[in-house]
Design a protein around this ligand. Sequence first.
Ligand SMILES: [Zn+2]
Length: 78
Amino acid sequence: MLRDVEPGSAVECVHCGERVKFAAKMRHKQVICNVYVRGRWDRVEHFHADCYGEAGEPHGDVDTSSPLRQRNAASRAS
Ligand SMILES: [Zn+2]
């Protein structure tokens, strides 16, 4: 039987181990990294944006083509 996919399904931040949620009201942004091993997709890792920086950007620069970054910052309610 079909099951609904939960858009807010919880994932854990690889760096701090706390949950990363898709909550728009959260001030913090998240970083989603597709991890490739030997040229093949292996897994997705999630980070809080701050944690990604603290971890030393283990997967390189954040892909800025993602709509999550500047746009959220620009539209953030003050
Ligand atoms: Zn974190």
